[in-house]
Design a protein around this ligand. Structure first.
Ligand SMILES: Cc1cc2nc3c(=O)[nH]c(=O)nc-3n(C[C@H](O)[C@H](O)[C@H](O)COP(=O)(O)O)c2cc1C
Length: 312
């Protein structure tokens, strides 16, 4: 695909291929890996603004970053404008110059709380949240879906309101809440957002190859693409999309295991890397037997030893 830098407020992302926020996955190690493989900007998984306020234990791990990772964007969710602003001002977010507001999460618990995709139905509140967050001095971006229900798309109006409220970039996931992660991506809705605003628009949904990325850009006119699920199966998809040379699967796995272990305890690292290995092995011969063995591994070194056997 055609690479271009993207201006987000006063920050410039080197290229227009971004790693999406993925709850449970886009931790420090995962982001560092994808950045190394060429991603122009990587997002943390969504972090609760209330959790930050009340000092929830896991926010520390979710927001760990360092100079090896470079600049990343932190994504927060919530519905109270004051709490959202306080989150932006929280010292744990200090290393992140860009804060993305989640307006797309379809999970019932979040939606029923008036957070995530529920904000699509309350644009006045969404606008207020962005305005408050902007006051923190952070570069504020918004990731949203094209609506809650099929054929009731809010994309164009919503995009305009978010830009008016002070957002510096919009990411549009071209599906409604009802469709979760399935179904076709509505290119025309993403295009409508792009045509309605002057800030950059990143298109999201269904990119699993360079051809998908090119098609998405061509059909939407967007400024870039955001990749989510494809990166779980293959973080080196960013090499494919940015023209970098690939390395072995084992090299990816070893790095991810090492960096995860730098931030997380052994128990988490074991369970997380077992899960990652199960993603990486999908479609390979002997995958089922590999997964069975893997899920008995009791430590990061055991997980690595099994991975070395399969990917030697
Ligand atoms: C396991 C999982 C976790 C996700 N977590 C988040 C999240 O924390 N914040 C967010 O905005 N979107 C989240 N998403 C949505 C993705 O960022 C993305 O919008 C969606 O998967 C569509 O992109 P894709 O077709 O490339 O997967 C998540 C999706 C999945 C599958």
């Amino acid at each position: 695909m055609k690479l271009m830098s993207v201006k987000i407020g006063d920050f410039t992302a080197e290229n227009n291929v971004f790693l999406a926020p993925l709850a449970g996955y886009t931790n420090y190690a995962f982001r560092r890996l994808c950045k190394g493989y060429g991603a122009g900007l990587c997002y943390t998984e969504m972090v609760s603004a209330k959790g930050l306020k009340y000092g929830s234990e896991n926010t520390e791990e979710l927001l760990y970053t360092d100079e090896y990772e470079g600049v990343a964007a932190a994504q927060i969710f919530g519905s109270d404008p004051d709490i959202m602003r306080a989150a932006c001002e929280n010292e744990k977010l200090a290393p992140f110059p860009i804060v993305d507001i989640n307006m797309g999460c379809p999970v019932p618990k979040i939606y029923k709380n008036g957070e995530g995709s529920a904000l699509l139905e309350n644009p006045a509140l969404a606008e207020k949240i962005v305005k408050e967050c902007v006051k923190s001095g952070k570069i504020v971006t918004v990731k949203f879906r094209i609506g809650v229900r099929e054929n009731e798309y809010i994309t164009k109006e919503f995009a305009k309101r978010m830009e008016g409220a002070g957002a510096s970039l919009l990411t549009v996931h071209g599906r409604t809440r009802d469709k979760m992660y399935a179904g076709e991506v509505h290119f025309e809705e993403i295009a409508a957002a792009k045509n309605a605003v002057d800030i950059p628009v990143i298109a999201n949904g269904g990119v699993f190859s360079d051809a998908d990325a090119e098609n998405l850009l061509k059909k939407t006119g967007a400024d870039g693409v955001m990749v989510a699920r494809a990166a779980l199966f293959d973080p080196q998809i960013f090499c494919e999309l940015t023209g970098k040379e690939r390395e072995s699967k084992l090299a990816t796995f070893e790095k991810q295991l090492k960096w995860t272990g730098q931030v997380c305890d052994e128990r988490f690292t074991t369970v997380f890397m077992r899960k990652m290995a199960a993603f990486y092995v999908k479609g390979e011969r002997g995958a089922a037997a590999f997964k069975e063995r893997l899920f008995q591994a009791a430590s990061p070194s055991e997980v690595l030893a099994i991975a070395k056997e399969i990917w030697k």
